[in-house]
Every structure is written in C-alpha cells, then in structure tokens.
Design a protein around this ligand. Structure first.
Ligand code: GLN
Length: 199
C-alpha cells in the first residue's frame, strides 16, 4: 500500500517519517501523475493560500478531486484541513472544498499563536500541537467528531474517506492518528465505489 504526502509546502518531512513508522510506502506528490500510484493522500500543515495556489498551478486540485471521487481517502492537517473544507469563512482562496465543515483561519491567533493542549483521542490522552490553527466553526451532515478542544471540534472524519485535524500529530511521537488514517485507506481498498457514493 502506498500513501502520498502532498509535497508543495509545509510539514511534509514529518508526515513522511510518521508514515514510514507505520510501515507503509510513501510517495511525495508534486505533480498530478504522482497520484496514479497512491491509495491515500495526506495534505500537510503549512500556509493554505500558498499550498492552494501551487496546487492549482500544477493541476493538482482537479487531479486530487478526481482521485477522491474514485474513492481515495484524504487526510488534511491544519492548512490541509482548511483546504479540504467546503467553507473557509471570509476567504475566497483556492480550496478543494470536499469536506462538509466550515473553518475560520487563524482563529486562535488573537489570544496566542501556537499552543499545546492535552486532547482525548480514541479514549487516551494525546498531546495536541496547534500552530496558528483554524477553528472548525461548523460541522455538517455526515461528519463525525472524533475529538474536541474547548468546545470546538479539532478532529473530524467524513464517510470513512476524509479525515481532518487542526493539530499536528506528525510533530509528536504518537502514531495513533496516522495509524487510523492508514486503516481508513486499507478499508477503502476493499469497499466498492458504489457503496462509497451511497454512504
Ligand atoms: N495559519 C495557516 C493557514 O491559515 C495554517 C497553519 C498550519 O497549517 N499550521 O493556512
């Protein structure tokens, strides 16, 4: 099984390392044809406007959406979660717009730019690292909240095909979030597409 990491900008290396520890093959995705050989994709944190612009420039936006429609799972971290959202409040920036969530960029910024907090992930503590993180301000039909912090969702799954976190698990040694995504990708390979569309 191969998982791609969108390698245009941001915390690419850290996701590659985490995936390798999960014992999957990793592909750096820089151009549309890199998507041909992967079963799942991680969009890392970074600057969502920059990643969005580069994605469009290289034709990756359309190619990623096409692969998603064929059933490829995608996990977005922080800026990656912003790019997945159907609504980015107050911004017309380029996005994929696949996930039924609304996000507000840099919404923790007024108090403090970056912080760490203890989260509860899969019934165990998890060190959440938030770096100029967005707030998920709306979660719509079909999305499951996997974790919250101070009343806001920070970890969400949709249809067994999309995963988003506003924190950075790739900056910790805890592999549970990556393993969860690897599992999603594994399951997606055995589920037929018709069932996915009807979900
Ligand atoms: N603040 C960034 C943005 O809005 C996201 C930061 C991150 O990915 N750590 O794009």
């Amino acid at each position: 099984m191969k998982i791609g990491v969108l390698a245009l900008q941001g915390s690419v290396k850290e996701h590659v390392e985490a995936l390798k520890k999960c014992e999957v093959d990793v592909v750096l995705v820089k151009l549309p044809h890199d998507l041909d050989e992967i079963n799942g994709l991680i969009i890392p944190g970074g600057e969502s406007t920059t990643i969005g612009k580069l994605m469009k420039e290289y034709g990756l936006d359309k190619a990623i959406k096409f692969r998603y429609e064929q059933g490829m799972p995608i996990y977005g971290t922080c800026a990656g979660a912003i790019l997945l959202a159907k609504e980015i409040v107050g911004s017309k920036q380029i996005k994929l717009g696949l996930m039924d969530i609304s996000v507000k960029r840099n919404e923790y910024g007024r108090q403090v730019d970056s912080f760490e907090a203890e989260l509860n992930i899969f019934d165990k503590p998890f060190r959440g690292i938030f770096i100029r993180a967005p707030v998920i301000s709306g979660v719509h039909d079909g999305c499951k909240i996997l974790s919250e912090f101070e009343g806001n969702p920070v970890f969400i799954e949709q249809k067994g095909r999309l995963l988003a976190s506003t924190f950075h698990p790739e900056l910790t040694k805890d592999l549970r979030v990556h393993k969860y995504f690897v599992d999603m990708v594994e399951k997606s390979r055995t589920m037929d597409l018709e069932k996915f569309i009807l979900m």
